[in-house]
Design a protein around this ligand. Structure first.
Ligand code: SIN
Length: 292
């Protein structure tokens, strides 16, 4: 079963938006973004009604969290496959024998940690991932939170004049400056080329139909079709605007927590404030569609 394509049941499911949940318990972190879900065991087969409610919870809350989960690597991969085919990261290290199981790790020997700046995962791909499912198994004694921000809220808070200005503009997203050399210390050799793609600055979410800002500090190189200095000024403004704490939630990890975020409408930023301690887990990333 794939819940990634826009199909009949999906539309029906969305018509249920805002209805009470029957198979899961949901506690919102903020009115804008983030919800913790309980009553689900991700290590066991999940019946379709519960899977559909998990998907609706993601659509309504942009990022959902699960605590105290025990999943094998296979179960983590299987959970991701319920939402669509899995994505292969163009650069990051993965678990042996599992190219779809990205390693998220920082410890005393690290010179960087994954996701330290605001970004939407691999937005430099022609078809960037729809979602990412991060399972953190080892946490530092404190710190190592992840921040998430709603790009719907950021878009909706723009003035009508700014919305009109941005409508129809596209931006170049480039993986080269991000990925080249980034994983050398993890023993990953550079590739000849990294992905780059042009995407609309405002995208419409294929499931909810809502508009979201789709530029990010990590990958967006410039807005196309306007002078370079104008692009720099507009992007600087948009980045400051979208980083307003009003659009955010912050997740405090415990060992065996899972976060599942929707890259089409949310950005995230991982806090590396715990050196020299260790934080370790795996990310399964679900393929997405070309943004429109
Ligand atoms: C990432 O960008 O996938 C890393 C997020 C995190 O480590 O919290």
């Amino acid at each position: 079963m794939s819940l990634n394509a826009l199909d009949g049941p999906r539309i029906k499911q969305l018509s249920n938006a805002g209805a009470p949940y029957e198979t899961i318990r949901l506690d919102k972190l903020t009115p804008v973004i983030g919800a913790e879900i309980s009553g689900v065991d991700l290590g066991r087969p999940i019946a379709r009604p519960q899977m559909e409610e998990i998907h609706r919870a993601l659509a309504e809350n942009l990022v959902i969290f699960f605590r105290d989960q025990q999943m094998t690597q296979e179960q983590h991969l299987d959970f991701g496959r319920h939402f669509g085919p899995l994505h292969l990261h163009p650069a990051a290290p993965h678990e042996p024998g599992h190219p779809e199981l990205m390693i998220i790790k920082a410890d005393a020997n690290s010179v960087r940690a994954n996701g330290e700046g605001w970004h939407s995962d691999v937005s430099c791909d022609e078809e960037p991932p729809m979602g990412s499912i991060l399972y953190i198994k080892e946490c530092p004694p404190n710190g190592g939170d992840t921040l998430f921000a709603s790009m719907y809220a950021a878009y909706e808070a723009l003035s009508d004049r700014m919305k009109a200005y941005l409508e129809g503009l596209t931006a170049l997203h480039d993986g080269e400056p991000v990925y080249r050399g980034m994983f050398a210390k993890d023993g990953v050799a550079d590739k000849a080329n990294y992905p780059r793609a042009e995407h609309p600055v405002i995208r419409t979410h294929p499931v909810t139909g809502r508009k979201a800002l789709y530029v990010n500090r990590g990958f967006t190189a410039r807005i196309l079709g306007i002078p370079r200095d104008e692009s720099e000024g507009i992007l600087r403004y948009l980045y400051e605007h979208m980083e307003n704490p009003l659009f955010q939630c912050r997740f405090r990890w415990q060992p065996n927590s899972v976060a599942f975020w929707d890259n089409r409408c949310a950005q995230h930023r991982a806090m590396w404030d715990y050196w020299p301690h260790r934080r370790y887990g795996n990310r399964v990333t679900v393929r997405g569609e070309r943004p429109v």
